[in-house]
Design a protein around this ligand. Structure first.
Ligand SMILES: [Zn+2]
Length: 411
């Protein structure tokens, strides 16, 4: 049965690694995600004249990433009520909904007599959000330069923006490591924080994580838990510009911010299973530093943790059946193929998923300390073969006989 809905998708859009400088104003993020370092900026009504080290460039407001444009346009327009109204218009046009409404609030505070006019704008904006305009919902790409409390405050507000975007009620819950925005009913939502913390604890125990500083995210992990699948697809397209119809759930790393987006695709247990799978991807991605893990290891580990928590799930039965059939009929796939082709290569590569699980599950069961060393080496930038040598004492493919023996014993 093909019930592997928890297909992990990592969205690394806007992945910008920006060192923390004092000269933050002299760094511009462009709309296509590029970052340019500038010596000087001169503000103009239509945009910014930037002096780069070897030339000058003019960037219009729309050439700039929305938050960057917002920041500089704000400086250009100044502080009066009309400036705030203009900024609100810019923000709504660029998908910065929360900022648009707070600019309207500022304008109204300065100009109480314009209440009727501003209320009208507020209604217009609400309509455009409801009718499907693009809305950017966090994260703030400048978060690395901000105090933790400010980052958390922004992460907490994403539920309200999501509610406005989807026209639904969103509750926000918080625990030590998570901020959860959810459309679940009250009865269903109470246990969400405890569930997320358990997953965090389990990963930390498995990988001997001693302090939450070993995870490279900023603020907390933001989880969107949707009670209905259509809320999830609507959200993924409009808030993350991602076609959620292709995935059961996904995790997202934008800058150093960590997000999990998980709908209830069926039963409550199914939801918990999907969350377990995606959270493992996310923890692994942010463990020590972002990225640097091949797909076979990512998917293998996510499934290994998932299947240990849900040993009776159809996806596990499916993988076990595939592997046992290969073992008795034609022999197992070569580890070299799994690793060189970095399978699974697509969401539909169920054979790749099954083998990635089998091999990584063996590493986790039989060579956990070595596996941890291997992952740490990869995260430090050591290449795959060297990392394997350091961690296992042999190349990965030389582990084949003992992996096969393990499969024979356990299948
Ligand atoms: Zn996955």
């Amino acid at each position: 049965m093909k019930t592997h809905l928890a297909i992990g998708v990592v969205l690394l859009d806007l992945l910008v690694c920006v060192p923390c400088h004092a000269e933050q104003a002299h760094r511009l993020i462009l709309a296509d995600g590029r970052i340019v370092t500038v010596d000087k900026v001169t503000l103009a009504p239509e945009g910014i004249l930037a002096r780069l080290h070897d030339r000058e460039e003019f960037y219009t407001w729309t050439d700039l990433e929305p938050y960057t444009a917002y920041h500089h346009l704000g400086r250009q327009l100044g502080k009066g009520p009309e400036a705030h109204l203009k900024l609100a218009e810019h923000c709504i046009g660029r998908g910065l909904v929360r900022e648009a409404f707070s600019e309207l609030d500022r304008a109204q505070a300065l100009l109480p007599e314009a209440k009727a006019r501003i209320d009208k704008l507020r209604k217009q904006y609400e309509t455009s959000v409801r009718s499907g305009a693009r809305v950017i919902i966090g994260p703030d790409l400048h978060a690395d330069d901000k105090p933790l409390e400010e980052v958390l405050a922004e992460q907490r507000t994403r539920g309200e923006v999501t509610g406005k975007l989807l026209g639904v009620t969103v509750a926000t819950l918080e625990s030590k490591h998570f901020i959860i925005h959810t459309t679940f009913d009250e009865a269903d939502r109470d246990s969400l924080t405890a569930l997320a913390e358990r997953l965090h604890q389990r990963f930390s125990r498995t990988f001997a994580v001693k302090s939450s500083k070993e995870f490279a995210w900023t603020g907390k992990v933001v989880i969107y838990a949707f009670a209905r699948r259509e809320q999830f697809t609507d959200f993924s397209e409009r808030a993350h510009s991602f076609r959620g119809t292709a995935a059961g759930a996904y995790f997202r790393a934008a800058g150093k911010q960590a997000e999990l987006v998980v709908p209830r695709n069926g039963t409550r247990e199914h939801f918990e299973q999907d969350l377990t799978h995606e959270a493992t991807h996310l923890f692994l991605h942010f463990y020590r530093r972002t990225g640097r893990i091949p797909n076979w290891l990512h998917e293998g580990l996510a499934q290994s943790v998932e299947f240990k928590a849900f040993p009776k799930c159809p996806a596990r039965t499916d993988a076990v059946t595939r592997i046992s059939q290969d073992l008795s009929r034609k022999g197992l796939m070569k580890l070299r193929d799994l690793i060189d082709q970095d399978r699974p290569t697509a969401a539909s590569d169920l054979v790749g998923y099954a083998y990635a699980w089998s091999f990584v599950d063996y590493l986790l069961e039989k060579r956990r300390t070595q596996l941890i060393r291997f992952i740490r080496e990869l995260k430090d930038g050591t290449d795959l073969d060297k990392a394997a040598g350091k961690a296992f004492g042999v190349g990965l493919t030389e582990l084949e006989p003992s992996w096969i023996a393990h499969v024979r014993k356990t299948n």
